[in-house]
Design a binder for this molecule. Structure first.
Ligand code: BDR
Ligand code: CA
Length: 315
């Protein structure tokens, strides 16, 4: 199968960095650009981290575009588990590529237009941060949806409950209005919500296995994961951290490792306790057409074996 033409939209972020490293080493993924958004950290440090991760991966061929510096309507909202720099205590190598002059939303729209014309393959937009850039791109022309193969996102939460409010997951909560535009766009959507990422626990034993891989990339990933440990076994059922963003990269590379359920999904934008909540009509009570494939389960051991094999390519 031809590698999947993909753009990753990201707010690096500890788990974003691991997701980027995995995507850059996955033969199943043809990474055509990285678009960067506000989110875990401000746009400036997020861009810096994306550039430094590419330097760590030894890649200078992937264009990096800066995008939205704030959400569409709500006040800026930052991550909680990534440290001031976004990468905890990790020292990353100096950037080797400049930031493109083209805004992320303009770059996404250009690539979608080319795909809609049939000049390039349909584009997979893999989002691992707030959805502002994607909403800004799609808002430029409803015809751009024709160029989307799928929007594969880490975002949302159902039975798992939220991680920043009792109901909302960070990526949706950081720009619920953008998420609403994306979910109403008609583009095919695949979601990795907290329900599935909480099954991808980077336990101490799994981190140790990754740390034993040779090379500086594996060492960096192990350091990031040690910092990311949530120390909350009551919630997660084990020590370690849920490996949110790499989960959707794992789905792109190895969809056979996941269970999926299709449903209509809406985003709550009412100010109040449900602000930013993702609501799935699991039992078809609304009669609405399903707009999302929701990842509900994964084979965690096989997922970590895939991650180790993929990161092992750097050594
Ligand atoms: C998401 O929020 C961010 O802090 C992580 O990078 C991930 O994308 C998990 O809710
Ligand atoms: Ca993220």
């Amino acid at each position: 199968m031809a590698p999947i033409a993909t753009v990753i939209d990201t707010d690096p972020g500890v788990d974003d960095c691991i997701a980027l490293l995995a995507a850059l080493a996955s033969p199943e993924i043809d990474l055509r650009a990285i678009t960067v958004t506000h989110g875990n950290v401000e746009l400036g440090p997020a861009l810096e981290n994306a550039r430094r991760i590419c330097a760590l991966a030894g890649r200078t061929d992937v264009p990096i575009h800066g995008g939205a510096a704030r959400p569409l309507l709500r006040a800026p909202y930052r991550g909680k588990f990534h440290g001031r720099s976004g990468v905890g205590p990790l020292e990353l190598p100096s950037p080797e590529v400049d930031v493109s002059a083209e805004h992320a939303a303009t770059a996404l729209a250009r690539m979608l237009r080319a795909a809609a014309r049939g000049d390039t393959p349909p584009l997979t937009i893999c989002t691992i941060g707030p959805l502002t850039n994607v909403a800004l791109a799609l808002a430029q022309d409803p015809g751009l949806v024709a160029g989307v193969a799928r929007i594969a996102m880490m975002g949302g939460a159902f039975q798992a409950g939220g991680n920043r409010t009792p109901s909302a997951e960070f990526n949706i909560l950081a720009d619920p209005h953008a998420a609403r535009i994306v979910f109403a766009s008609g583009a095919p959507i695949v979601m990795a919500p907290l329900d599935v990422t909480h099954q991808a626990m980077a336990t101490p034993a799994r981190v140790e296995t990754l740390a034993r891989l040779p090379g500086r990339v594996a060492a960096a990933v192990a350091e990031l994961l040690a910092f990311f440990d949530r120390k909350d076994p009551a919630r997660y059922g084990s020590q370690g951290a849920p490996l949110h963003d790499p989960t959707i990269i794992g789905w792109l590379a190895r969809p056979d490792l996941f269970r999926v359920r299709r449903a209509p999904v809406e985003i709550c934008i009412d100010e109040g306790p449900a602000f930013g909540q993702t609501i799935a009509d699991w039992w078809g009570v609304t009669g609405q057409t399903a707009n999302a494939d929701i990842l509900t389960g994964l084979d965690a051991d096989a997922f970590f074996a895939w991650l180790g094999e993929t990161l092992g390519r750097y050594s």
